[in-house]
Design a protein around this ligand. Sequence first.
Ligand code: TPP
Ligand code: MG
Length: 306
Amino acid sequence: MTTVKELPEEDWFESGHTACPGCGGAMTVRIAMKVLGPDTVVYMPASCLLIFSDMYPFNAFKVPSLQVLFETSAICASGIKRALKQLGKDDVTVVAFAGDGGTADIGMQALSGAAERNEDILYICYDNEAYMNTGIQRSGTTPFGAWTTTTPLGPEAEGRGKLEYKKDVPRIMMAHDVPYVATASLGFPADLLKKLEKAKAKKGFRYLHVLSPCPIGWRTDSDKTVDLAKLAVETGIFTLLEYEDGVLRISREPRFSPVRDYLKAQGRFRHMTDEQVATLEAWVREKWERDRALAKALGPKPAAPG
Ligand SMILES: Cc1ncc(C[n+]2csc(CCOP(=O)(O)OP(=O)(O)O)c2C)c(N)n1
Ligand SMILES: [Mg+2]
């Protein structure tokens, strides 16, 4: 198992890209590419990643990378994997890197179809919790209460940030009974590496959902990316889990630090009232009850007697 220290010096997603300082998405992709290595083909739908990594004539990937329409990354990756198999090149990893908008909303039908067919691809969602590339619009994974340009603040009842809760995409993917679904956070790199290695090694459809903070959209300083990714897990807001061959495990029992500590560090939550904070805290509790119940139901089966 690779540790952080054992990661190769060599990058297959290089410096020289144009991501903002502290971009969680760029960190996620860089780390993932270190694990996936040179025998990889990358697919990307419209997103910040596509813009900062691959604008002609510059390209930060040292492996083939293809830009595809917003809705289609899972389909395109599936097609190229099938073609590579036909050519006898089954050892090539085909990965789709997509944002939360391209995953939870716009790419969901293609993603669901590819998962249902158990296509032999790896799909990595870097979740920065909004459509950042087009100027911070809400997505299905934007958390309750968060300000975005389409969940604005104002005097009316709607003017309090996002009114809905974060869409649970990993749970949707688990419902497809694919070989591998996991969540990870930049705040826990050892866990992220372990999951990337497993996802690379497995056959069939693999889904990895990585919380990847965005300083611009979250209204934070660019040196807080990893701290926030850690705090999201330790407050219980973001669950680290792994669903492997039908067995679900919680990867880390959080400390349940105060949710407020996470909120007050980010400008996108600064307006939240005590009532809204209490609503979010209640959601965290309910989510944990549900995650625990699911992990119990789908947890490792006790060994058969005798
Ligand atoms: C069909 C379609 N709708 C809208 C757009 C415009 N668009 C390009 S990138 C983007 C935001 C992508 O958000 P997300 O997937 O979360 O990735 P991020 O930018 O946050 O990295 C949008 C709306 C598009 N390119 N194609
Ligand atoms: Mg996004």
